[in-house]
Design a protein around this ligand. Structure first.
Ligand code: FE
Length: 363
């Protein structure tokens, strides 16, 4: 496959016009060209936090649903993602992991969000299933194919959970927490470096107690962000970008079943969710995931922050791939890297998605 006269956007080298060639699964050549490209070619997007899309839900999916989900995500430019659970019984979570034992190639594993969170910051998680980390045998659910675990640092057994995650090579991420700054700092000093859907379901930043939100800005945490213009205002997204820079932000969708579908009534973790104008809420008005599609989040971030393409590639794929420890083989437009990339026009409309050297979407 050959892409001629495109603006190549690489997270390490930056932007340059040129020609990209693929052979089998890999990028075989990147050749500089003097030209005025109309299209951008950048690594495929990575979504590390997505509960559901177009009616397919992690909590109920089997092999056939995961295959459809992977195909649907190619239409959003997503070439790597982690289906994400919600707080549920250990039996149900074990069942999800069992059904995820053979995943399509673009699904790298599962993100467990909950059940070890603070009920006071449950958001749209079902309180019935929230437990402390010392109330179960962690090895039953912290295992393949789990890549990320979201938990609150104030729950009992957090230290043991941290050890178990390290042992199993899963990334521990702080979320749904009422932690004080001191508690956040302690987790940071233990080696935890990630925060889930910042600043949603976190203790707020107050000037005498900066909480989990302040810790996210002040310490060197990586921050997931849902950039749908609903979970945070455009100004807040820009503020975080100015404080943290592009190396510490990861775009996610946190999407629920209505993403890619019409407004209406849906469910999330057994709770009824009402979607109106693309906004998903529980009966009491609590936000319940998003209906964001990844490509829209990419466009929003670009618009809200006026960042460079070089920064956009970091927040949309590179930072996430580093967390998955895949950056030696995926995420660059560079010879020898897997040919996972998207072709976009200058308004960031998706034109093509290539996955492992194969054209999997064309607009
Ligand atoms: Fe959440």
């Amino acid at each position: 496959m050959v892409f001629n006269e495109v603006l190549i956007v690489d997270p390490v080298i930056g932007c340059a016009p040129g020609r990209v060639e693929t052979h089998n699964h890999l990028i075989s050549a990147v050749i500089p060209q003097e030209c005025k490209p109309e299209y951008l070619l950048m690594p495929g997007f990575v979504d590390l936090h997505t509960h559901a899309q177009k009616g397919i839900d992690t909590m109920f999916a089997g092999q056939e649903e995961y295959t459809r989900w992977a195909q649907n995500n190619f239409e959003q430019g997503v070439t790597t993602f982690l289906p994400t659970t919600v707080s549920a019984s250990i039996k149900n979570l074990k069942n999800v992991l069992r059904k995820a034992d053979r995943l399509p190639l673009s699904i790298d594993g599962i993100h467990l969000e909950g059940p070890f969170i603070n009920p006071a910051k449950k958001g749209a998680q079902n309180a019935e299933f929230i437990i402390s980390a010392k109330d179960c045998d962690l090895s039953e659910i912290i295992k393949e194919p789990v890549r990320i675990v979201t938990a609150a640092p104030e729950v009992e057994g957090f230290d043991t959970l941290h050890e178990e995650c390290q042992k199993k090579d899963a990334v521990l991420s702080i979320g749904h927490t009422a932690a004080t700054y001191e508690t956040m700092k302690r987790a940071y000093e233990m080696g935890v470096r990630r925060i889930t859907h910042f600043p949603n379901a976190l203790s707020p930043l107050l000037h005498r107690e900066i909480g989990a939100t302040g810790a996210g800005l002040y310490l060197d945490f990586d921050l997931e962000m849902i950039v749908d213009g609903i979970h945070s205002s455009p100004e807040f997204v820009d503020l975080v970008y100015r404080v943290k820079g592009s190396d510490r932000i990861l775009l996610i969708t946190d999407s629920m079943a209505a993403a890619g579908l019409e407004d209406g009534e849906y469910t999330l973790g057994g709770l009824a969710v009402f979607v109106k104008g693309g906004k998903a809420v529980l009966k009491d008005g609590t936000l319940a995931g998003s209906t964001l599609l990844f490509i829209e989040g990419v466009r929003n971030f670009y618009r809200f922050t006026r960042c460079s393409y070089g920064d956009l590639v970091k927040v949309s794929s590179w930072n996430a791939l580093k967390q998955l420890k895949l950056e030696a083989t995926v995420g660059r437009i560079h010879p020898g890297y897997l040919a996972n990339f998207v072709l976009l026009d200058k308004s960031l409309n998706l034109k093509k998605t290539v996955f492992q050297g194969e054209l999997v979407f064309s607009a």
